[in-house]
Ligand binder design. Structure first.
Ligand code: FNR
Length: 369
């Protein structure tokens, strides 16, 4: 008794359906946030504090939503961000997301902890689409080096090093649902033979991550790859400044979908502050700033771009669409966002992404501003 796909009119509808049809363990892993889930909720509500300042009588007959992120074209300024364990939701796992991204001209970020192998996901691509790679840094740097070089050799256009997870957060819904061995096919990554499954999926798969990773390690990555390096999970203005000083190409202002430090700031709130600081230094062209977390409407994407984001990552909604309806579900979710985006552009009086400027929004309601 699945509702037909056509009855999903927005991303929340996919979440509703997914909750009904997904296995409890999968739902627990995908939907959970850390601790009291305060940051996870705030990720959503922070967008509601920003209001548009629409321009009227702009000729908005033709709308161009395309943009460039890390030098690659995208049909619209959002991307499918890295989320682990795709096969918990769908037997084809991350390859569903790859195929949907290809059809819609979107960029996909491939997670280190994908259920499909990295090569399967690259092979599922159409040869023209852009993919990025998300890296969890292994304690064994030789493994990391091999993974990074392989990612580059397979054409990845960006290396997103996750920096907000020296230890995985406590996601209690996930812990309660007791991740079982047969629930997933995670790639062998470091020592998976001794993993403790009593703490939920997240903890079970993450024991290889190096908690000693620090700013001193950035040159190591710059030496082993020519891919642009982006730090994913930056949560303070001065860390963005450090990122510029370390010569990385970008940052993702992110709290990992509220799954790491509870009461960490939201990406969208931080963005306003970060851009103010970068503009004050005239550094806004020195680094590409992305955000993710809680994006559920194209208006959220529009707001982020107005405030200075090059693009926005979306995680759970695509997992839910995939889990409920496979590739077709993800395609519909993307199409709904595209339709919303186009409508929003028309209604605020912006014809292309470069016309999405800070004066199009009133962000005074943001806590950080
Ligand atoms: C994630 N995220 C994540 N990030 C990362 O760097 N490596 C990873 O393996 C994962 N895995 C993962 C699994 C699941 C189920 C979720 C929901 C999230 C975080 C992800 O990249 C992104 O920061 C958030 O998902 C963005 O928030 P929304 O869009 O889910 O609200």
């Amino acid at each position: 008794n699945m509702p037909p796909l056509e009855l999903c009119y927005n991303l929340s509808d996919f979440e509703y359906v997914a909750k009904q049809v997904m296995k409890r363990t999968a739902w627990g892993y995908y939907s959970s946030g850390a601790d009291d889930e305060i940051t996870m909720r705030e990720n959503r509500t922070a967008f509601h504090k920003i209001w548009f300042k629409p321009k009227v009588l702009v000729d908005v007959e033709n709308i161009d939503m395309s943009c460039t992120m890390l030098g690659s074209k995208s049909s619209i300024p959002f991307y499918i961000t890295a989320t682990a364990l795709g096969k918990l939701g769908h037997p084809d796992g991350e390859c569903c997301l790859t195929k949907a991204a290809a059809r819609h001209g979107l960029i996909q970020m491939i997670p280190t902890l994908a259920s499909c192998s990295f090569d399967e996901i690259v092979d599922a691509a159409d040869g023209k689409q852009t993919q990025w790679f998300q890296l969890y840094v292994n304690k064994d740097r030789q493994i990391t080096e091999r993974i990074v070089k392989h990612a580059e050799s397979r054409g990845m256009k960006g290396l997103f090093i996750t920096v907000d997870a020296p230890q995985l957060g406590r996601r209690e819904k996930d812990m309660r649902s007791k991740y079982a061995e047969d629930d997933t096919a995670v790639q062998k990554e470091g020592d998976t033979t001794t993993i403790d499954r009593s703490q939920g999926a997240a903890r079970a798969i993450s024991s290889f991550i190096d908690p000693s990773l620090s700013w001193k390690d950035i040159p190591f990555f710059q030496n082993i790859t020519k891919m642009p390096i982006i730090l994913k999970g930056v949560q303070r203005v001065d860390d963005v400044i450090k990122a510029v000083e370390h010569g990385v190409t970008g940052v993702v202002l992110s709290n990992h979908g509220g799954r790491q430090l509870d009461t960490a700031p939201t990406g969208i709130e931080l963005l306003a502050d970060v851009m103010a600081e970068l503009r004050a230094r005239n550094w806004q062209d020195k680094i590409e700033v992305y955000i993710d977390g809680g994006v559920r409407r194209a208006s959220d994407v529009v707001k982020a771009v107005c405030l200075g984001a090059k693009g926005v990552g979306i995680g759970r909604p695509f997992l839910y669409a995939m889990s409920a309806y496979g590739v077709e579900g993800v395609c519909r979710a993307i199409q709904l966002l595209k339709d919303e985006f186009e409508m929003n552009m028309r209604l605020i009086g912006a014809r292309n992404v470069s016309e999405l400027t800070p004066d199009m929004v009133d962000a005074k309601g943001l806590a950080y501003h």
